[in-house]
Design a binder for this molecule. Structure first.
Ligand SMILES: [Zn+2]
Ligand SMILES: [Zn+2]
Length: 307
């Protein structure tokens, strides 16, 4: 342990003894909850504020290398409550080397992979192959429409090209996420908006591919996942039943306290002041049986990571 890790660990231990000992609060969701999609925050206390506030037992920290010291500090502050994935700039020549080292250091997957490259381009292809070789899943952000002017698009071409990737890399476990992934549960999505609403037209590619390809999973995090699961109640109940073994709860929430403090997403005014984790857990609870809710909130994650 180097000096910086030691100091971070000590300061975390000093402010967090009660939280660390006590673990998750009595569970309000009727099942333990694992948050697959939780971006690592700078201080251990700020991470725990969100998971404890939202009633989440354990969370998967999405980090970008180098982050090992911060992951260790988090683990020291709350042993056993956090797993982690690592990301790294996929356009850099040393991406494979850095991500291989992260897995050796304990990262259980690649992610979040969110870069301005094509979903079937060479930068990501080499990581699809590496993830299969290292036997870790990868979490990827698909987005074709800007949230702010000139934001740029991410892992582009999903609806057009990703079936061929799923076929070409059968040993790679893909976890899909974000706007284009979730908008494409509806067959009428043609990149016309960020978060399409209204009745879903059956036969969207995401719905079909979750059924057709054993190596594709869906991460229900963020406003994109929330929107897809709240726009058409009949569809949602049916979708959660059909894909009950392929869906994973995640938050991707930036609120401070697990109750919505400070949440302000300019393209999703309906979510202002709300916690995405709580909103999506409540939607899943409304739409799924207790057994299916338990799989999505907790059980399915055990197939992909050691919790
Ligand atoms: Zn994302
Ligand atoms: Zn939140």
């Amino acid at each position: 342990m180097n000096r910086r890790t030691f100091l971070e660990t000590m300061s975390a231990a000093a402010v967090l003894p009660a939280l660390a000992r006590q673990g998750p609060a009595a569970n309000e969701w009727g099942s333990p909850v694992f948050d697959l999609h939780f971006h690592l925050r700078p201080e251990p206390a700020s991470n725990l504020a969100h998971v404890d506030g939202a009633g989440i037992a354990k969370a998967n920290l999405l980090t970008r290398a180098p982050a090992l010291d911060r992951v260790k500090a988090m683990d020291a502050a709350a042993p056993g409550r956090f797993t982690w994935f690592s990301s790294y700039d996929v356009t850099r020549p040393d991406a494979e080397q850095v991500l291989t080292q992260a897995v050796k250091d304990g990262a259980q997957g690649f992610g979040e992979l969110k870069f301005h490259v094509a979903a079937d381009g060479p930068e990501l292809r080499r990581l699809y192959a590496l993830a299969a070789e290292l036997k870790v899943p990868l979490l990827i952000h698909f987005q074709e429409v800007d949230h702010v002017p000139n934001e740029g698009t991410w892992s582009t071409g999903y609806a057009r090209t990703f079936a061929s990737i799923l076929k070409e890399y059968p040993k790679t476990t893909f976890i899909g996420h974000a706007d284009a992934f979730w908008a494409n549960v509806s067959a009428d999505y043609h990149d016309q908006s960020v978060y399409p609403t209204g009745r879903i037209v059956r036969g969207g590619v995401t719905d079909r591919w979750l059924g057709d390809y054993p190596n594709l999973y869906g991460d229900l995090s963020a406003v994109s996942g929330n929107t897809a699961m709240t726009r058409d109640a009949d569809f949602t109940a049916d979708f959660l039943t059909r894909h009950q073994d392929k869906l994973l709860f995640g938050s991707d929430c930036s609120c401070r306290d697990g109750h919505g403090a400070g949440y302000d997403n300019p393209v999703a005014p309906r979510m202002a002041g709300k916690c995405v984790a709580r909103e999506t857990l409540a939607a899943l609870k409304r739409s799924a049986s207790p057994a299916i809710f338990q799989k999505i909130a907790w059980g399915n994650a055990h197939k992909l990571v050691m919790i």
